[in-house]
Structure formats: structure tokens, C-alpha cells
Design a protein around this ligand. Structure first.
Ligand code: SIN
Ligand code: FE
Length: 302
């Protein structure tokens, strides 16, 4: 396995590098992380139940979910810490990347579980390589940008990355079931109806969302890719931060606990390389995929 090899490509602007699937790494986080009592408080938090993969924060309404409630004032303190993190990470990102006219803040999360020993069902496992698609929050043709910070005082967080979406689509797209191919049209209708029944609040998924969910599952369950694909090892020490467009950068986490993360949906109109984005690559690979033209108002955390 090559150590941190993918981070050394370094050609192009930060936005271009991210959009092509690189991990951008910062040995010391370039935005404020929780310190002192706030950090200790955060490290004491536990995951509420197996139904939650992480403790999550919605910057649109300030709600925090997924933690064990133990003391008065706990929720308000969590909200304040998350709000601070969301603002600090977002302000820094808006100075680094040309996206602020076309992004939507998605969730932030705190990841208290040790990844090396987690027991999750195969499609939910974080240690299997995959590209991201959020089952409960369809991206509808927008890109997924994520920033991570390791707030563990002692231990690193260990990632492995592999080929970017463009390469994976060429290699495995047909086998995973491209949209519009024989049989997959009614399958995608069926998928939409079933998921609509299971999660009525998610809203209608585009063919693109259905493909990305299918591809996420396909890659996790594909032994050929998991075992034989190229692998690049990333060691993220305490206090470091990193960025990736995780719909393009295939990734897995092997070890570590106590990370903060924030996700953003990026509209096609503000991308540096719109023609290389997964919806366009998918449309080119499969003539009939419907690529929604996404647009947002510029919503920010309070
Ligand atoms: C993921 O696969 O999206 C999780 C990565 C992490 O928690 O480090
Ligand atoms: Fe992921």
C-alpha cells in the first residue's frame, strides 16, 4: 500500500484537485477545533443507539441527534460546540474554495466510536472502500464535499483511498447497473417506490441518486475491488484536518475514534470542472440518466 501517495499529486487549484478525487490534507487544522473543557465534554459523549452511526448536527435548525442524554444543559452545550465548529469550518472553506454561491450546508457530525472494532451490517461498514451516497439525503446531482478533523488527543485516524469515480465507473458501472439499461428502468421505478414507502420524508430520488446508492453498495460488496484495487494509506494525526469530495474519492476508515466532520452539497454551477462531475460522467456512460439541474439559495449556519 502506498502511504499518502494520492495527496502528493498536487496539480491544479484546490477545487480542481478535490473534484478529481484527491484528499487535501492539513497537518494542523486551519480552523478552530474544540479545546479544553469543550473538548473533554465532547470526548465524554456516547452514541445513543445502534440506530445512529454518529452524533449529528443539522446547521439549518440546530438539532443534535444520536447522543446518550445524561445531564441538564448537555444538549445546549453540544449545540453550541457544533455551531462553532460549523461556522469555523464553513468560513475557512469559503476562503479556500469558489463554492459559497452554490453550496448547501448538510450535516455536521461527531464520530465517537472506535472504527477498528465497530460491528455494522456490510453496506453500512466504514472499513470497506466506497464512494458516498447518503440514503436519507439524496444529493440530486450536487457534489458531496466533506471536511474532517481528528480531535483525538493521542491516536491517528487511518483512511485508505482507491481509484476515483471516473475510473470506477468505467470498470464497474455496467456491472452495477447503469441507469436506463435493459431492466434497470423498472428497477429504478421500483427502487423509488420502495424507498418512498420506507422513508417518506426523503423525497423523490433522481436516477442519479438511485445509481449512486446502488454503486455505493456494489463497491462495498465487490471482493475484486476491495481486495485487488489500488490502495493509498492516509494517517491523519491528532489535530489534523482533511477534505475530500467523497462522491468521487473512494475511501474507507480503518482505525480511529473522535473525529468531527461537516458535509456540504455543491451545485454544478459553481464547480471548477463540471464536465468531470459524477452526474455528467454517468450521463455520458448511459444515455438516458436524468441529471437534475440543482440550485440552492445560499443557506448558512446560524
Ligand atoms: C465515511 O466512510 O464516509 C466515514 C469516514 C470517517 O468517518 O472517517
Ligand atoms: Fe463514506
Amino acid at each position: 500500500m502506498e502511504a499518502n501517495a494520492i495527496a502528493s499529486k498536487g496539480l491544479g487549484s484546490p477545487a480542481e484537485r478535490l473534484e478529481r478525487g484527491e484528499v487535501l490534507y492539513y497537518p494542523s487544522a486551519p480552523f478552530a477545533l474544540p479545546q479544553g473543557d469543550d473538548l473533554e465534554f465532547l470526548l465524554r459523549q456516547e452514541l445513543g443507539s445502534l440506530a445512529h452511526k454518529n452524533i449529528s448536527y443539522n446547521p439549518a435548525n440546530g438539532k443534535v441527534n444520536g447522543f446518550v442524554r445524561r445531564e441538564a444543559g448537555q444538549e445546549a452545550r453540544l449545540q453550541a460546540i457544533f455551531a462553532h465548529f460549523s461556522t469555523a469550518a464553513t468560513d475557512w472553506l469559503s476562503s479556500l474554495l469558489p463554492y459559497r454561491e452554490g453550496w448547501q450546508l448538510d450535516r455536521a457530525s461527531f464520530r465517537p466510536q472506535e472504527e477498528a472494532t465497530r460491528r455494522l451490517r456490510p453496506k453500512a461498514r466504514n472499513d470497506l472502500l466506497h464512494v458516498d451516497a447518503f440514503p436519507g439525503r439524496p444529493s440530486r446531482g450536487n457534489r458531496i464535499l466533506r471536511v474532517f478533523a481528528n480531535i483525538n488527543p493521542r491516536e491517528p485516524r487511518i483512511w485508505v483511498t482507491s481509484d476515483p469515480f471516473a475510473k470506477l465507473l468505467k470498470r464497474y458501472g455496467e456491472e452495477a447497473g447503469l441507469p436506463g439499461r435493459a431492466g434497470s428502468r423498472w428497477l429504478s421505478q421500483l427502487g423509488r417506490s420502495i424507498m418512498g414507502l420506507l422513508r417518506p420524508r426523503v423525497g423523490r430520488r433522481s436516477d442519479y441518486d438511485l445509481f449512486m446508492l446502488r454503486f455505493h453498495d456494489y463497491l462495498k460488496l465487490n471482493e475484486d475491488f476491495q481486495e485487488k484495487g489500488p490502495k493509498y494509506l492516509h494517517t491523519f494525526p491528532p489535530g489534523s484536518a482533511w477534505l475530500a469530495m467523497t462522491d468521487t474519492c473512494s475511501h474507507s476508515v480503518l482505525r480511529g475514534r473522535f473525529a468531527l466532520e461537516h458535509s456540504y452539497f455543491i451545485a454544478p454551477a459553481v464547480l471548477a470542472l463540471p464536465d468531470e462531475s459524477p452526474p455528467v460522467l454517468l450521463r455520458n456512460a448511459s444515455s438516458s440518466v436524468s441529471v437534475p439541474s440543482a440550485s440552492f439559495s445560499n443557506r448558512r449556519a446560524a
